[in-house]
Design a protein around this ligand. Structure first.
Ligand SMILES: [Zn+2]
Length: 112
């Protein structure tokens, strides 16, 4: 029995120009002892999330402060990485995944 395979197009069409995505610098946590940013999460220690918001040192808004226990890959120093995260509430909390395009139930009236 012959089955027709349906090709799903992924990405931009051929020949289209590359679009530069904006570059966003990230400041990684570094070891307080040796300064390395090479670190590992300590297994079994789940991150602590403190839900309170404000502005971080760079004036960026955040909604949660997250503590993650890490160990330096270079010298073994343990430390707690503290991250200011801006967790915006999603309207429809759908799990991130591929292939869910075009099938989003919309409850809005402003689209027809
Ligand atoms: Zn270190």
């Amino acid at each position: 029995m012959k089955r027709r395979t349906v090709k799903v197009r992924v990405g931009r069409p051929k020949g289209s120009k590359n679009i530069m995505a904006p570059m966003v610098p990230v400041e990684l946590a570094h070891c307080p002892r040796c300064g390395s940013t090479d670190r590992q999460r300590i297994p079994g220690r789940s991150p602590r999330v403190f839900s309170h918001g404000g502005l971080n040192g760079q004036g960026r808004p955040y909604t949660a402060v997250v503590w993650r226990h890490c160990r330096c890959s270079q010298c073994g120093q343990r430390f707690v990485e503290r991250a200011y995260e801006n967790r915006l509430p999603s309207e429809d909390a759908h799990p991130p995944g591929r292939g869910s395009r075009g099938r989003q139930p919309k409850g809005r009236d402003d689209e027809k």
